[in-house]
Design a protein around this ligand. Structure first.
Ligand SMILES: *[C@@H]1O[C@H](CO)[C@@H](O)[C@H](O)[C@H]1NC(C)=O
Ligand SMILES: *[C@@H]1O[C@H](CO)[C@@H](O)[C@H](O)[C@H]1NC(C)=O
Ligand SMILES: *[C@@H]1O[C@H](CO)[C@@H](O)[C@H](O)[C@H]1NC(C)=O
Ligand SMILES: *[C@@H]1O[C@H](CO)[C@@H](O)[C@H](O)[C@H]1NC(C)=O
Ligand SMILES: *[C@@H]1O[C@H](CO)[C@@H](O)[C@H](O)[C@H]1NC(C)=O
Ligand SMILES: *[C@@H]1O[C@H](CO)[C@@H](O)[C@H](O)[C@H]1NC(C)=O
Ligand SMILES: *[C@@H]1O[C@H](CO)[C@@H](O)[C@H](O)[C@H]1NC(C)=O
Ligand SMILES: *[C@@H]1O[C@H](CO)[C@@H](O)[C@H](O)[C@H]1NC(C)=O
Ligand SMILES: *[C@@H]1O[C@H](CO)[C@@H](O)[C@H](O)[C@H]1NC(C)=O
Ligand SMILES: CC(=O)N[C@H]1CO[C@H](CO)[C@@H](O)[C@@H]1O
Length: 470
């Protein structure tokens, strides 16, 4: 079993006698938990978080157990590895990640889906679902070393909440209540991206509620931060439900009129085995089939993706996914769609004529793994970005997770032809359910009043991701 240090045990409020027998620690849920632990394919194998933990409290923040068993995370462990595991066997002998980089592991009651979160950015760092062969796959890009989320220079927005105003604000300028405000020009020195230099993705959120399948994070964003007027308090709840269902809800209250537009910024790769031996010329997502049944229009952008104000029809363009279409079918027609000189998609589709909330607004599947994502939302627009410029040497290169073929050694390759173990371009698809981007600067669309939150209103974002195999 996992050996806990005495420091951790005292943090947990456990005595060594409790650790000895899982039954005592786990109480009434012990049987079902032990059944899960007996599964040798379990990427969370012998992890000691009981099924219904409250977590533990460090300086007012509920934490989680700080480290995985090395063997349990990366491939099938031998029982020797499992039995001798201790802190010193954590990844690369890493120091235990502490708040806000501590990992919180959740699973659905029926154990059909598992996920890992960290408080930094209220971020999803791992999402495990089963493929067509019943093998567990981690279908989201990220870093193994969670402190990297706070230190890496590339800033791809792997898995966080983006806000207070997701996506781009033209010239970092907007007007609310007769006053003009300026937000940081953190993209190309010309516009605001994802709420500014210190967006919600970079904040240390507080864990308000935690059980085995659900976590709630909160963030109080003070008035004036990043140039936005009024304070905004946000609550985000992620819940793993039966039948491989991932439910995400975001609510916010403000002290007065201010733009609020939140989203979740996850990089999905539905066939992670294709990343294991990835080479720079691969475009692993191009065979995915995308369906956006209600997305009949899109927001036209200029060469740096700032909306021009036009909302053309997708008909006859490479943006028409109103029937299921592989990305590969129109890829050759996409030059410029994701920006000057860029091939691929980075586009906000809008559902002008409305959409039902009980039907998917998006499905995407990988013919190779069989994994399918169906997304339901109360939002009226969907941004899809094919990670066309993810491996940009100008910004820096991003090591892959080991489950995606990354290696501790030689992460960035060498000059002797050894392949870089990095996430290459087109390694994943980012999907953001949100409102019409830069609607605060395009009042003619009629979305501005939906994007400016009054003190008497509650912002309400709800998206459900259902995974299955086809
Ligand atoms: C709690 O905060 C205090 C003051 O910042 C710090 O000295 C202490 O190490 C913290 N304790 C833990 C367990 O993080
Ligand atoms: C994890 O990343 C941090 C910086 O983000 C670094 O200081 C630390 O050494 C890394 N740990 C390992 C084991 O590589
Ligand atoms: C663009 O933003 C700058 C400040 O960053 C401001 O001085 C200027 O007035 C803005 N231009 C427009 C057209 O809003
Ligand atoms: C865990 O918390 C969520 C959200 O509050 C709740 O819906 C669910 O019933 C809880 N699960 C258990 C086992 O208590
Ligand atoms: C946000 O929370 C702070 C306390 O953390 C409180 O002072 C403030 O009134 C709250 N704002 C809103 C809009 O609820
Ligand atoms: C990766 O390449 C190695 C060496 O060619 C091979 O043994 C392995 O099966 C490949 N793995 C995947 C998932 O493609
Ligand atoms: C796209 O272009 C490449 C190379 O120019 C070509 O091999 C491929 O067949 C084209 N694909 C389609 C669907 O036209
Ligand atoms: C990936 O995209 C970046 C940004 O467009 C580009 O600089 C780089 O050359 C691309 N990588 C490959 C292997 O084409
Ligand atoms: C909130 O107050 C504004 C006036 O400040 C009013 O126009 C609006 O209808 C109110 N909204 C709700 C939901 O009560
Ligand atoms: C596969 C494996 O080694 N599982 C072990 C997990 O830990 C329990 C004790 O807590 C052992 O009984 C299992 O053998």
């Amino acid at each position: 079993m996992v050996v806990l240090t005495s420091t951790l045990m005292s943090l947990l409020g456990l005595s060594s006698t409790l650790i000895g027998t899982a039954t005592t620690v786990l109480g009434t849920d012990a049987d079902s938990y032990l059944a899960i632990r007996d599964n040798v394919d379990d990427p969370f194998l012998n992890e000691t978080v009981p099924k219904d933990t409250r977590g533990f409290v460090v300086n007012g923040t509920i934490g989680s157990y700080p480290c995985f068993v090395k063997a349990g995370l990366y491939g099938k462990p031998t029982s020797d590895q499992v039995n001798s595991a201790s802190y010193s066997d954590c990844i690369d002998n890493a120091l235990e990640p502490t708040y806000p980089f501590n990992k919180i592991h959740l699973r659905s009651p029926d154990d059909s889906i598992r996920a890992t979160f960290i408080p930094f950015g209220a971020r999803l760092t791992e999402m495990w679902v089963k493929d067509r062969n019943q093998d567990w796959q981690d279908i989201t890009l990220g870093f193994d070393n969670t402190t990297n989320y706070g230190t890496e220079p590339v800033h791809p927005y792997f898995g966080p909440v983006v806000g207070r105003y997701a996506n781009r604000i033209k010239n970092g300028t907007f007007e609310v209540g007769g006053k003009t405000y300026h937000t940081p020009l953190n993209e190309n020195n010309i516009d605001t991206l994802h709420g500014g230099t210190d967006g919600f993705d970079r904040r240390s959120w507080t864990i308000e509620h935690l059980n085995a399948s659900s976590i709630t994070f909160t963030l109080d964003d003070p008035a004036g931060n990043q140039g936005f007027p009024h304070n905004v308090n946000t609550t985000v709840t992620y819940t793993l439900e039966n039948d491989a269902t991932y439910d995400a809800r975001m609510h916010a209250k403000s002290s007065g009129k201010t733009p609020v537009m939140l989203s979740a910024h996850n990089y999905w790769n539905l066939d992670p085995q294709a990343l294991v031996n990835l080479s720079a010329s691969d475009r692993p997502i191009l065979d995915y089939v995308l369906h956006l049944p209600y997305a009949k229009n899109y927001i036209a952008g200029d060469t740096i993706l700032i909306p021009t104000g036009k909302v053309p029809s997708v008909s006859g363009t490479a943006l028409d996914f109103t029937s299921p279409t592989p990305f590969s079918q129109n890829f050759n027609r996409t030059e410029g769609i994701c920006g000057l000189g860029c091939t691929g998609w980075d586009t906000c589709w809008v559902m002008k004529d409305g959409h039902p909330e009980n039907k998917p607004v998006l499905t995407m599947s990988s013919p190779a793994s069989g994994i399918q994502l169906a997304m339901y939302t109360n939002q009226v627009a969907i941004q899809v970005y094919t990670s066309s410029g993810l491996a940009n040497p100008k910004n820096g290169l991003i090591p892959r997770k080991r489950v995606h073929g990354g290696q501790a050694e030689n992460l960035a390759g060498d000059d002797n032809g050894v392949a870089k173990k990095i996430y290459e371009n087109y390694s994943a698809v980012v999907i953001e359910a949100e409102d019409w981007i830069d609607g605060i600067n395009n009042p003619q669309w009629g979305r501005k009043e939906h994007q400016v939150l009054n003190e008497n209103e509650t912002y309400d974002w709800h998206t459900t991701y259902v995974f299955s195999t086809v």
